[in-house]
Design a protein around this ligand. Structure first.
Ligand SMILES: CC(C)(COP(=O)(O)OP(=O)(O)OC[C@H]1O[C@@H](n2cnc3c(N)ncnc32)[C@H](O)[C@@H]1OP(=O)(O)O)[C@@H](O)C(=O)NCCC(=O)NCCS
Length: 179
């Protein structure tokens, strides 16, 4: 992060939605990393991220606040978000699933790693035994490297399962780690 900035993680509130949508909309529209319709409406995205009908969701935000040496109002800027939930219901509910999005202008500065570490710790605390990502686009090298560095391994790749707007048909990794 910037020298003066302090990055913190907290639970999201409804009031965060405009900032979350500002982060999510470019990711959704470009369609390179999530199996989501690129025409997804803001209302659909809000439901999907904050309150889907079929899952209990924990949503976090990464917030950058000015450090002690910085000048100006100490207003937090939301620079990333993550959600944590059970990967499956019933007999599969001891395995967690999580999703992450970092603001384009905050990428490569450790926000994703901090969010992921937080979510892994939270999942452990909530009693999950493992975490699984079901559909990591193989061309999303930033995410793949990040997940690998945090102990995830690729169990399998569904070949050509993702229609990338620029790369064509590319694979989807199932990535997994025990907690
Ligand atoms: C994937 C994503 C969450 C990573 O967040 P981030 O804040 O940019 O990542 P970080 O700065 O914490 O970097 C984590 C790792 O990513 C890799 N990385 C970072 N920038 C990179 C780049 N430009 N090229 C390749 N790898 C890169 C490095 O392995 C880095 O580890 P390091 O800090 O030890 O070098 C973010 O890019 C994002 O929101 N992408 C769009 C949505 C998405 O793909 N979500 C994940 C779906 S599986």
């Amino acid at each position: 992060m910037s020298d003066a900035g302090v990055l913190g993680i907290r639970r999201a509130t409804d009031a965060d939605w405009p900032a979350l949508w500002a982060i999510m909309e470019p990711v959704v529209r470009v369609g390179e990393t999530y199996c989501w319709d690129t025409c997804l409406s803001e209302a659909q995205a809000r439901t999907e991220w904050l309150a889907p009908a079929d899952r209990t969701m924990c949503v976090f935000v990464a917030e950058e606040t000015p450090g002690p040496g910085s000048v100006g109002a100490a207003v937090g800027a939301v620079v990333g978000t993550a959600q944590l939930h059970a990967n499956r219901a019933g007999g599969g509910s001891h395995v967690a699933n999580a999703s992450f999005m970092v603001a384009g202008n905050a990428g490569g500065r450790g926000v994703g790693r901090l969010l992921a570490r937080h979510v892994l710790a939270e999942a452990r605390e909530q009693g999950y035994r493992a975490m699984q990502f079901n559909a990591v686009v193989e061309t999303n090298t930033r995410a793949v490297r990040l997940w690998q560095s945090l102990g995830f391994r690729t169990l399998a790749t569904a070949p050509g399962a993702f229609r990338h707007p620029a790369e064509g048909f590319v694979g989807l990794h199932i990535m997994f780690r025990e907690l």
